[in-house]
Write a protein that binds this ligand. Structure first.
Ligand code: MG
Length: 347
């Protein structure tokens, strides 16, 4: 695994090396956020630790989210860095109960990246934005020297209008809430890893990269009591469930048998020694809803193709801060955060 140094003011010299693979949903990443970013930038929006910041502008509640995309390779079965950069930010806005309105995009290009490839990326961004009903209204381009980048990196920022009148975030999660998952997990990571590792299949595993704002916002408009939503991107289900358990001070128990993993994704996991629970998705989300709304919420989710396989996977119950998984054979284990990121540069 490659390492690179960041000039970063972490006081302990032994920690002053940030390793590739520690930028994601693992324990190191949490420490980076806590010890460096929150220490300096702390404010109410950041302290809420949600996918998007929510604040008032006049009488409207506005959500803002930003995300950097460095996926390697930039093109993978089922999408590329351009569509991914739209889906990721649209989804983060939706997780705060916001209807996405506009995006901005910054491109960091490596000298020598083929113009034809850039065209592919930009066209796929345009198509993804159009399908999501948003426009890319501002942008920036920077070029770095050959060998100092890896083709193309993209940063997108999104603005949305919050539709929910109640706060959607970890602070609203309650004991007994139902945990719903919108579909199978792990396909994005599996698609990227199969290209990276040169694995070939009769049918390639396609990334699940897609927007989920339509089903997410439908829950709200249909009056479902939604307490929290989050998309299991970097670090997968394992990371987001642990984050929410920690930030909401609740226990979460999920049943592995109700979490769908495609057969070929499971095969890739076994081959590469990966856990499907920690594999990134880019077109899935988890919703914490009031338990009396389970059936209605599942009905709404299943009426959208992107969440047609939605399931109840667990409950908010158990020891505060802890995530437990009932395994296929009925054994319960604690699902802990990984010490590092399982798969670097997956998004
Ligand atoms: Mg997110």
């Amino acid at each position: 695994m490659k390492e690179f140094e960041l000039q970063c003011p972490i006081p302990n010299a032994s920690e002053a090396l940030i390793k590739m693979g520690h930028g994601g949903g693992g324990r190191m990443s949490q420490r980076l956020i806590d010890d460096v970013f929150l220490k300096s930038f702390a404010n109410d929006s950041l302290d809420a630790r949600h996918d998007a910041a929510v604040f008032n502008v006049g009488s409207k509640r506005i959500a803002v989210s930003t995300d950097g995309f460095v996926v390697r390779p930039w093109r993978f079965p089922g999408g590329n860095i351009g569509s991914l950069a739209v889906h990721g930010t649209v989804n983060d806005l939706a997780m705060a109960g916001a209807k996405p309105l506009s995006l901005t995009a910054a491109f960091i290009l490596e000298e020598g990246f083929a113009m034809a490839n850039l065209q592919v990326v930009v066209e796929s961004m345009h198509a993804a934005a159009k399908a999501a009903g948003v426009e890319i209204v501002a942008g920036d381009t920077k070029v770095v020297e050959r060998g100092k980048g890896d083709g193309v990196y993209i940063v997108t920022t999104g603005i949305g209008e919050v539709l929910s009148t109640s706060t959607i975030g970890p602070q609203s999660v309650r004991q007994g809430d139902a945990v719903l998952l919108s579909g199978d997990v792990g396909r994005h990571s599996a698609a990227v890893m199969s290209v990276r590792e040169g694995l070939s299949f009769e049918e390639p595993v396609l990334s699940d990269s897609a927007t989920v704002h339509h089903p997410a916002l439908a829950l709200i408009s249909e009056g479902i009591e939604v307490h929290c939503m989050r998309d299991p991107t970097r670090g997968g289900l394992c990371s987001i469930l642990n984050e929410i358990a920690r930030d909401a001070h609740v226990g979460i128990t999920v049943d592995e048998r109700s979490i769908d993993v495609q057969e070929d994704v499971r095969g890739i996991c076994e081959l590469l020694g990966l856990d499907p629970m920690s594999m990134a998705c880019e077109g899935r989300f988890v919703a914490f809803v009031a338990h009396q709304h389970i059936e209605r919420a599942l009905g709404i989710l299943r009426s959208f193709p992107v969440s047609a396989e939605a399931k109840l996977i667990g409950r908010v119950e158990g020891y505060p801060g802890e995530v437990c998984v009932r395994s296929q054979i009925g054994v319960t284990r604690v699902l802990d955060l990984l010490s590092g990121e399982q798969l670097p540069r997956i998004c």
